[in-house]
Design a protein around this ligand. Sequence first.
Ligand SMILES: Cc1cc2nc3c(=O)[nH]c(=O)nc-3n(C[C@H](O)[C@H](O)[C@H](O)COP(=O)(O)OP(=O)(O)OC[C@H]3O[C@@H](n4cnc5c(N)ncnc54)[C@H](O)[C@@H]3O)c2cc1C
Length: 283
Amino acid sequence: MIEKDHYCIAEKSYIKIGGIVKKYLESDNLLEVKQYLKTHQDKDFIYLGNTSKMLFAFDYSDKYYLKFTRSQIVDKKDTLIVDSGVTLPHLVRYMIEKGYGGIEKLGDIPGLIGGSIVNNCGCFFESIGDIVEKVVALNRRGEIVIISHDKALFTYRSSIFKSKQLLIVKVYFKKIIVSSDALKASYLTAHRQRLKVQPHGIRTLGSTFTNPQGISIGQLLERLGAKNFQNETARISLKHANFIEVYGHNSFRNILVLIERCSKLLYNYLDIIPKLEIIILES
Ligand SMILES: Cc1cc2nc3c(=O)[nH]c(=O)nc-3n(C[C@H](O)[C@H](O)[C@H](O)COP(=O)(O)OP(=O)(O)OC[C@H]3O[C@@H](n4cnc5c(N)ncnc54)[C@H](O)[C@@H]3O)c2cc1C
């Protein structure tokens, strides 16, 4: 196990932002992680994927940051068994090649499988939870817990894992047989559409807010003038107003300022507090 004390989490952050954490842990060994959790039940853990949805908004955190990195795909007769450390683009490429459908439009989402399950990530009317059979996780005592699809409560950008202290280690996906060519075409359509409407090649955390039923927050923010919002190191994307672009050596504070300005704008217009899709960790 890689174990680092007083570690600068910006080094693991997708947008290269974050303060010092008391402990950073990384392992691809399930037994080792089980044992560690068992012997550190009194500690506060934060589980990390690719951190493409996480804003580390602190100078110091006394929590333990743990990343499980095992990344195998086992192809069984009717099921794909995928470690939580596999990247979503890699899994989608594998599935397209083999002719397994259901999540081909998700091939550009930069998450690992664990984090993607927590958020039930999705786009273009596909969500990862749709093809999940069951999820294998570790509880805070390091014991194996199995959560069936029904118990996982997948909804728009959410699942039971958002409110449970469970480390996802493995996911069983059902195999839906589709022609490879059809999957490739479907992926490419989604890919081109994404390039057209979202910023790319720039550091972002994806959508800042979730869309309330029937409302595109990006379009609404644009109409309300949010595309003018910027400061020294962050700006609301000119391409998609629900994205915050991050430049240079950023401070999390500059991002929080933009989130706050957009929240106020949305609150004043919608009369509801907008729901953040970005996960802000404050200590
Ligand atoms: C350019 C860009 C485009 C994006 N497009 C989309 C999109 O179209 N649709 C969409 O839904 N999302 C999108 N996202 C957001 C993001 O990529 C997804 O939500 C992603 O799947 C999260 O995976 P991650 O590994 O980065 O998770 P992280 O950000 O690391 O973690 C997310 C949450 O899951 C928890 N977590 C992580 N790993 C585990 C684990 N093994 N066990 C338990 N908990 C864990 C974390 O503690 C955190 O609460 C986009 C992001 C970017 C930067």
